[in-house]
Design a protein around this ligand. Structure first.
Ligand SMILES: Cc1ncc(COP(=O)(O)O)c(C=O)c1O
Length: 388
Protein backbone atom coordinates (compact mmCIF):
# COMPACT_ATOMS: atom_id res chain seq x y z
CA UNK A 1 0.00 0.00 0.00
CA UNK A 2 2.79 2.39 0.93
CA UNK A 3 4.34 2.78 -2.50
CA UNK A 4 1.60 4.63 -4.31
CA UNK A 5 0.71 2.86 -7.47
CA UNK A 6 -2.30 4.66 -8.78
CA UNK A 7 -1.84 6.98 -11.71
CA UNK A 8 -4.16 9.35 -9.85
CA UNK A 9 -1.66 9.79 -7.03
CA UNK A 10 1.24 10.24 -9.42
CA UNK A 11 -0.69 12.87 -11.31
CA UNK A 12 -1.46 14.59 -8.03
CA UNK A 13 2.23 14.61 -7.15
CA UNK A 14 3.14 15.92 -10.59
CA UNK A 15 0.47 18.54 -10.21
CA UNK A 16 2.12 19.61 -6.96
CA UNK A 17 5.49 19.63 -8.70
CA UNK A 18 4.21 21.82 -11.49
CA UNK A 19 2.55 24.14 -9.04
CA UNK A 20 5.70 24.41 -6.95
CA UNK A 21 8.13 26.63 -8.76
CA UNK A 22 11.38 25.66 -7.07
CA UNK A 23 13.14 23.57 -4.43
CA UNK A 24 12.64 26.17 -1.72
CA UNK A 25 8.88 25.86 -2.23
CA UNK A 26 9.19 22.12 -1.61
CA UNK A 27 11.20 23.02 1.50
CA UNK A 28 8.45 25.33 2.82
CA UNK A 29 6.11 22.31 2.91
CA UNK A 30 8.43 20.62 5.40
CA UNK A 31 9.25 23.44 7.78
CA UNK A 32 6.85 22.47 10.55
CA UNK A 33 7.31 18.72 10.32
CA UNK A 34 9.43 16.94 12.95
CA UNK A 35 10.59 14.75 10.06
CA UNK A 36 11.80 17.58 7.86
CA UNK A 37 14.74 16.14 5.93
CA UNK A 38 14.10 18.54 3.10
CA UNK A 39 16.20 21.72 3.30
CA UNK A 40 19.98 21.73 3.68
CA UNK A 41 19.99 24.09 6.66
CA UNK A 42 21.49 22.77 9.92
CA UNK A 43 18.79 21.60 12.36
CA UNK A 44 20.62 19.14 14.62
CA UNK A 45 20.94 19.79 18.38
CA UNK A 46 23.56 22.18 19.71
CA UNK A 47 26.72 20.52 21.02
CA UNK A 48 27.72 21.40 24.61
CA UNK A 49 30.34 23.83 23.25
CA UNK A 50 27.77 25.54 21.00
CA UNK A 51 25.22 25.65 23.82
CA UNK A 52 27.76 27.61 25.89
CA UNK A 53 27.99 30.19 23.11
CA UNK A 54 24.21 30.50 23.02
CA UNK A 55 24.06 30.88 26.81
CA UNK A 56 26.55 33.75 26.48
CA UNK A 57 24.27 35.65 24.04
CA UNK A 58 23.42 38.49 26.46
CA UNK A 59 27.15 39.10 26.91
CA UNK A 60 27.75 38.91 23.16
CA UNK A 61 24.94 41.43 22.67
CA UNK A 62 26.57 43.86 25.09
CA UNK A 63 30.00 43.36 23.52
CA UNK A 64 28.62 43.82 20.00
CA UNK A 65 26.92 47.04 21.08
CA UNK A 66 30.08 48.37 22.75
CA UNK A 67 32.70 47.57 20.08
CA UNK A 68 33.32 49.20 16.67
CA UNK A 69 31.57 47.12 13.99
CA UNK A 70 34.71 47.06 11.85
CA UNK A 71 36.61 45.20 14.58
CA UNK A 72 33.74 42.77 15.22
CA UNK A 73 33.47 42.06 11.50
CA UNK A 74 37.24 41.55 11.05
CA UNK A 75 37.33 39.12 13.99
CA UNK A 76 34.42 37.08 12.58
CA UNK A 77 36.07 36.87 9.16
CA UNK A 78 39.45 35.85 10.61
CA UNK A 79 37.87 33.10 12.72
CA UNK A 80 35.71 31.68 9.90
CA UNK A 81 38.10 31.85 6.94
CA UNK A 82 41.03 30.47 8.95
CA UNK A 83 38.92 27.64 10.36
CA UNK A 84 38.36 26.43 6.81
CA UNK A 85 41.94 26.89 5.59
CA UNK A 86 41.28 30.09 3.63
CA UNK A 87 44.34 31.89 5.01
CA UNK A 88 44.85 34.13 1.96
CA UNK A 89 41.37 35.65 2.09
CA UNK A 90 41.53 39.36 1.25
CA UNK A 91 41.39 41.88 4.08
CA UNK A 92 41.34 45.17 2.14
CA UNK A 93 38.20 47.29 2.41
CA UNK A 94 35.35 46.19 0.13
CA UNK A 95 36.88 42.83 -0.78
CA UNK A 96 34.66 40.77 1.61
CA UNK A 97 31.09 42.07 1.73
CA UNK A 98 28.97 40.69 4.57
CA UNK A 99 25.43 39.77 3.50
CA UNK A 100 22.40 38.41 5.39
CA UNK A 101 22.68 35.11 3.51
CA UNK A 102 24.42 33.54 0.54
CA UNK A 103 21.29 34.10 -1.57
CA UNK A 104 21.60 37.83 -0.95
CA UNK A 105 25.27 37.63 -1.97
CA UNK A 106 24.17 35.71 -5.07
CA UNK A 107 21.56 38.32 -5.96
CA UNK A 108 24.21 41.05 -5.73
CA UNK A 109 26.57 39.03 -7.93
CA UNK A 110 23.83 38.27 -10.48
CA UNK A 111 22.75 41.89 -10.79
CA UNK A 112 26.38 43.00 -11.07
CA UNK A 113 27.18 40.44 -13.77
CA UNK A 114 24.16 41.56 -15.77
CA UNK A 115 25.74 45.01 -16.19
CA UNK A 116 28.77 43.48 -17.93
CA UNK A 117 27.70 40.29 -19.71
CA UNK A 118 24.62 38.47 -20.94
CA UNK A 119 25.70 34.84 -20.45
CA UNK A 120 27.01 32.58 -17.69
CA UNK A 121 28.27 28.99 -17.84
CA UNK A 122 26.75 27.27 -14.80
CA UNK A 123 27.43 23.91 -13.20
CA UNK A 124 24.80 21.25 -13.91
CA UNK A 125 23.22 19.97 -11.69
CA UNK A 126 23.27 22.42 -8.80
CA UNK A 127 20.92 24.05 -6.26
CA UNK A 128 18.20 25.77 -8.28
CA UNK A 129 18.19 29.13 -6.58
CA UNK A 130 21.53 29.81 -8.31
CA UNK A 131 20.13 29.49 -11.88
CA UNK A 132 16.92 31.19 -10.76
CA UNK A 133 18.72 34.27 -9.44
CA UNK A 134 20.97 34.48 -12.52
CA UNK A 135 17.92 34.15 -14.81
CA UNK A 136 16.08 36.71 -12.70
CA UNK A 137 18.85 39.19 -13.44
CA UNK A 138 18.27 38.61 -17.16
CA UNK A 139 21.29 36.38 -17.79
CA UNK A 140 21.36 33.48 -20.25
CA UNK A 141 22.66 30.19 -18.85
CA UNK A 142 24.80 27.57 -20.55
CA UNK A 143 25.05 24.26 -18.67
CA UNK A 144 28.49 23.05 -17.60
CA UNK A 145 28.20 19.31 -16.86
CA UNK A 146 29.85 18.22 -13.61
CA UNK A 147 31.86 15.49 -15.39
CA UNK A 148 33.18 18.00 -17.96
CA UNK A 149 34.22 20.36 -15.16
CA UNK A 150 36.18 17.68 -13.29
CA UNK A 151 37.56 15.77 -16.25
CA UNK A 152 39.72 18.43 -17.88
CA UNK A 153 39.93 21.83 -19.54
CA UNK A 154 36.70 23.59 -20.46
CA UNK A 155 35.64 23.90 -24.06
CA UNK A 156 37.17 27.08 -25.53
CA UNK A 157 33.93 27.79 -27.36
CA UNK A 158 32.00 27.82 -24.08
CA UNK A 159 34.53 30.23 -22.58
CA UNK A 160 34.26 32.52 -25.59
CA UNK A 161 30.45 32.55 -25.26
CA UNK A 162 30.17 33.69 -21.62
CA UNK A 163 31.29 36.43 -19.24
CA UNK A 164 31.36 34.21 -16.17
CA UNK A 165 31.84 30.57 -15.20
CA UNK A 166 29.92 29.66 -12.03
CA UNK A 167 30.81 26.57 -9.99
CA UNK A 168 29.36 25.27 -6.71
CA UNK A 169 32.07 23.46 -4.73
CA UNK A 170 31.41 21.26 -2.85
CA UNK A 171 28.37 20.90 -5.03
CA UNK A 172 24.82 20.63 -3.72
CA UNK A 173 23.48 17.95 -4.14
CA UNK A 174 26.39 15.76 -5.33
CA UNK A 175 29.08 16.82 -2.83
CA UNK A 176 31.75 16.90 -5.55
CA UNK A 177 34.70 19.14 -4.73
CA UNK A 178 36.84 20.98 -7.27
CA UNK A 179 40.41 19.83 -6.61
CA UNK A 180 43.25 22.32 -6.21
CA UNK A 181 44.70 21.25 -9.56
CA UNK A 182 41.39 21.68 -11.36
CA UNK A 183 40.73 25.06 -9.71
CA UNK A 184 44.19 26.25 -10.81
CA UNK A 185 43.66 25.09 -14.40
CA UNK A 186 40.13 26.54 -14.54
CA UNK A 187 41.27 29.90 -13.11
CA UNK A 188 44.08 30.04 -15.69
CA UNK A 189 41.60 29.36 -18.51
CA UNK A 190 39.30 32.07 -17.14
CA UNK A 191 42.25 34.51 -16.99
CA UNK A 192 43.16 33.69 -20.58
CA UNK A 193 39.59 34.35 -21.78
CA UNK A 194 38.99 37.28 -19.42
CA UNK A 195 35.99 35.49 -17.92
CA UNK A 196 34.99 35.96 -14.26
CA UNK A 197 35.33 32.75 -12.23
CA UNK A 198 32.61 32.58 -9.54
CA UNK A 199 32.47 29.93 -6.80
CA UNK A 200 29.71 29.11 -4.33
CA UNK A 201 31.45 27.37 -1.43
CA UNK A 202 28.43 27.20 0.91
CA UNK A 203 29.12 23.54 1.78
CA UNK A 204 32.90 23.98 2.15
CA UNK A 205 32.90 23.36 5.90
CA UNK A 206 31.84 19.72 5.59
CA UNK A 207 34.68 18.46 3.42
CA UNK A 208 38.39 18.84 4.25
CA UNK A 209 39.08 18.31 0.52
CA UNK A 210 37.66 21.86 0.08
CA UNK A 211 39.90 23.34 2.79
CA UNK A 212 42.96 24.05 0.61
CA UNK A 213 43.59 27.78 0.30
CA UNK A 214 41.37 28.72 -2.66
CA UNK A 215 42.29 32.40 -2.38
CA UNK A 216 46.00 31.67 -2.88
CA UNK A 217 45.17 29.72 -6.06
CA UNK A 218 42.79 32.38 -7.37
CA UNK A 219 45.17 35.27 -6.67
CA UNK A 220 48.06 33.39 -8.34
CA UNK A 221 46.05 32.77 -11.49
CA UNK A 222 45.51 36.43 -12.32
CA UNK A 223 41.85 35.79 -13.22
CA UNK A 224 38.96 37.96 -12.10
CA UNK A 225 37.09 36.01 -9.46
CA UNK A 226 34.21 36.07 -6.97
CA UNK A 227 33.58 33.62 -4.10
CA UNK A 228 30.40 33.26 -2.05
CA UNK A 229 31.09 31.80 1.39
CA UNK A 230 28.23 30.80 3.71
CA UNK A 231 28.20 30.18 7.45
CA UNK A 232 24.58 29.05 7.28
CA UNK A 233 24.89 25.36 6.44
CA UNK A 234 27.24 24.28 9.22
CA UNK A 235 25.73 25.09 12.57
CA UNK A 236 22.20 25.06 14.02
CA UNK A 237 22.08 28.85 14.53
CA UNK A 238 18.34 29.42 13.94
CA UNK A 239 19.00 30.99 10.52
CA UNK A 240 21.41 33.54 12.00
CA UNK A 241 24.14 33.40 9.35
CA UNK A 242 26.37 35.36 7.01
CA UNK A 243 26.89 35.08 3.28
CA UNK A 244 30.27 36.54 2.40
CA UNK A 245 30.75 37.98 -1.09
CA UNK A 246 34.49 37.96 -1.73
CA UNK A 247 36.11 39.32 -4.89
CA UNK A 248 39.43 40.00 -6.61
CA UNK A 249 40.78 43.56 -6.52
CA UNK A 250 40.22 43.99 -10.27
CA UNK A 251 36.90 42.12 -10.51
CA UNK A 252 35.40 44.72 -12.85
CA UNK A 253 31.87 44.31 -11.46
CA UNK A 254 29.83 46.91 -9.52
CA UNK A 255 29.50 44.62 -6.46
CA UNK A 256 29.94 47.41 -3.88
CA UNK A 257 27.36 49.63 -5.54
CA UNK A 258 24.73 46.89 -5.88
CA UNK A 259 25.46 45.84 -2.28
CA UNK A 260 24.68 49.39 -1.18
CA UNK A 261 21.35 49.19 -3.07
CA UNK A 262 20.33 46.29 -0.84
CA UNK A 263 21.86 46.53 2.62
CA UNK A 264 23.97 48.51 5.04
CA UNK A 265 25.44 45.49 6.78
CA UNK A 266 24.90 42.35 8.85
CA UNK A 267 24.12 42.47 12.56
CA UNK A 268 27.28 42.57 14.70
CA UNK A 269 25.53 40.15 17.06
CA UNK A 270 25.40 37.60 14.22
CA UNK A 271 29.06 38.33 13.48
CA UNK A 272 29.97 37.58 17.10
CA UNK A 273 27.95 34.39 17.01
CA UNK A 274 29.79 33.27 13.86
CA UNK A 275 33.13 34.11 15.46
CA UNK A 276 32.34 32.10 18.61
CA UNK A 277 30.95 29.11 16.68
CA UNK A 278 34.07 29.17 14.49
CA UNK A 279 36.33 29.19 17.55
CA UNK A 280 34.41 26.29 19.05
CA UNK A 281 34.73 24.44 15.74
CA UNK A 282 38.49 25.05 15.71
CA UNK A 283 38.70 23.50 19.20
CA UNK A 284 37.36 20.18 17.89
CA UNK A 285 33.77 21.04 17.00
CA UNK A 286 34.41 20.77 13.26
CA UNK A 287 35.83 17.25 13.55
CA UNK A 288 32.87 16.30 15.74
CA UNK A 289 30.50 17.71 13.11
CA UNK A 290 32.21 15.67 10.40
CA UNK A 291 31.79 12.55 12.52
CA UNK A 292 28.13 13.41 13.14
CA UNK A 293 27.32 13.84 9.43
CA UNK A 294 29.30 10.68 8.55
CA UNK A 295 27.30 8.80 11.21
CA UNK A 296 23.98 9.94 9.76
CA UNK A 297 25.17 9.09 6.24
CA UNK A 298 26.20 5.58 7.36
CA UNK A 299 22.80 5.18 9.02
CA UNK A 300 20.95 6.03 5.78
CA UNK A 301 23.16 3.82 3.61
CA UNK A 302 23.09 0.97 6.13
CA UNK A 303 19.32 0.95 6.58
CA UNK A 304 18.68 0.90 2.83
CA UNK A 305 21.61 -1.29 1.81
CA UNK A 306 19.55 -4.40 1.08
CA UNK A 307 16.64 -2.66 -0.64
CA UNK A 308 16.53 -3.83 -4.25
CA UNK A 309 17.25 -1.31 -6.97
CA UNK A 310 18.33 1.47 -4.58
CA UNK A 311 21.73 3.16 -4.74
CA UNK A 312 23.85 6.06 -3.50
CA UNK A 313 25.40 7.84 -6.46
CA UNK A 314 27.71 10.11 -4.46
CA UNK A 315 30.05 7.58 -2.88
CA UNK A 316 32.68 10.18 -1.90
CA UNK A 317 30.32 12.89 -0.68
CA UNK A 318 30.91 14.40 2.77
CA UNK A 319 28.39 17.22 2.61
CA UNK A 320 25.30 17.34 4.78
CA UNK A 321 22.93 16.03 2.11
CA UNK A 322 22.75 12.59 0.50
CA UNK A 323 21.23 11.59 -2.82
CA UNK A 324 19.35 8.32 -3.06
CA UNK A 325 18.72 6.65 -6.41
CA UNK A 326 15.33 4.98 -6.09
CA UNK A 327 15.84 2.88 -9.21
CA UNK A 328 12.88 2.39 -11.52
CA UNK A 329 10.46 4.06 -9.09
CA UNK A 330 9.55 7.67 -9.97
CA UNK A 331 11.18 9.90 -7.35
CA UNK A 332 8.12 12.12 -7.21
CA UNK A 333 5.93 9.15 -6.36
CA UNK A 334 8.22 8.15 -3.48
CA UNK A 335 8.36 11.78 -2.34
CA UNK A 336 4.56 11.91 -2.34
CA UNK A 337 4.23 8.60 -0.41
CA UNK A 338 6.69 9.87 2.20
CA UNK A 339 4.75 13.09 2.49
CA UNK A 340 1.62 11.09 3.29
CA UNK A 341 3.59 9.88 6.33
CA UNK A 342 4.69 13.43 7.15
CA UNK A 343 8.29 12.68 6.12
CA UNK A 344 9.78 15.36 3.89
CA UNK A 345 12.70 14.97 1.49
CA UNK A 346 13.43 16.61 -1.87
CA UNK A 347 12.78 15.23 -5.34
CA UNK A 348 15.80 16.07 -7.51
CA UNK A 349 14.47 17.21 -10.88
CA UNK A 350 14.97 20.87 -10.12
CA UNK A 351 18.68 20.48 -9.33
CA UNK A 352 18.98 19.47 -13.01
CA UNK A 353 17.93 22.94 -14.07
CA UNK A 354 18.65 22.36 -17.78
CA UNK A 355 17.42 18.75 -18.01
CA UNK A 356 14.95 18.03 -15.16
CA UNK A 357 14.27 14.44 -16.23
CA UNK A 358 17.84 13.54 -15.20
CA UNK A 359 16.60 13.85 -11.61
CA UNK A 360 13.47 11.73 -12.11
CA UNK A 361 14.68 8.81 -10.00
CA UNK A 362 16.68 10.68 -7.37
CA UNK A 363 15.76 11.99 -3.93
CA UNK A 364 17.87 14.21 -1.68
CA UNK A 365 17.80 13.76 2.07
CA UNK A 366 19.25 16.20 4.61
CA UNK A 367 21.74 14.82 7.14
CA UNK A 368 22.09 17.86 9.44
CA UNK A 369 19.32 16.54 11.63
CA UNK A 370 19.06 14.66 14.93
CA UNK A 371 20.08 11.05 14.27
CA UNK A 372 16.76 9.83 15.70
CA UNK A 373 14.87 11.86 13.09
CA UNK A 374 17.08 10.52 10.29
CA UNK A 375 16.56 6.94 11.54
CA UNK A 376 12.81 7.37 11.76
CA UNK A 377 12.53 8.97 8.30
CA UNK A 378 14.73 6.31 6.72
CA UNK A 379 12.67 3.55 8.31
CA UNK A 380 9.55 5.03 6.65
CA UNK A 381 11.44 5.38 3.38
CA UNK A 382 12.41 1.72 3.61
CA UNK A 383 8.76 0.73 4.06
CA UNK A 384 7.75 2.90 1.11
CA UNK A 385 10.47 1.47 -1.11
CA UNK A 386 9.77 -2.15 -0.19
CA UNK A 387 5.98 -1.75 -0.16
CA UNK A 388 6.07 -3.10 3.41
C1 LIG B 1 24.90 25.81 -2.76
C2 LIG B 1 23.91 26.75 -2.13
N1 LIG B 1 24.11 28.07 -2.23
C3 LIG B 1 23.26 28.94 -1.67
C4 LIG B 1 22.14 28.52 -0.98
C5 LIG B 1 21.21 29.55 -0.37
O1 LIG B 1 21.35 29.61 1.01
P1 LIG B 1 20.43 30.59 1.85
O2 LIG B 1 19.06 30.05 1.77
O3 LIG B 1 20.97 30.52 3.25
O4 LIG B 1 20.57 31.95 1.27
C6 LIG B 1 21.89 27.19 -0.85
C7 LIG B 1 20.71 26.73 -0.09
O5 LIG B 1 20.55 25.58 0.24
C8 LIG B 1 22.80 26.26 -1.44
O6 LIG B 1 22.59 24.95 -1.35
Amino acid sequence: MLLLKTSQKIRAAQGTDAALGNLTQFEYLALSSPLNLSDGHARQSLTPGQAEVVEALPLLWATAAANPIEETEAAAKRAYFRLLGQHSFPTARGRVLSCYSSSVAMEILARSLATRTDAVALLHPTFDNIPDLLLGAGLRLLPLAEEALHDGDLDQELLRAVGCVFVTTPNNPTGRVLSQERLRALAEQCAEHDVVLALDTSFRGFDPAAHYDHYAVLEDSGCRWVVIEDTGKLWPTQELKIGWLVSSADVGLPLGRVYSDILLGVSPLVMMLVQRFSEDAARGGLDALHRFVAGNRALVRGDLADVADVGFPDAESRVSVERIDVGRRPGLEVWSALRDHNVHVLPCQKFHWAAPSEGDHLLRIALSRKSAAVASAVSTLRQVLTGG
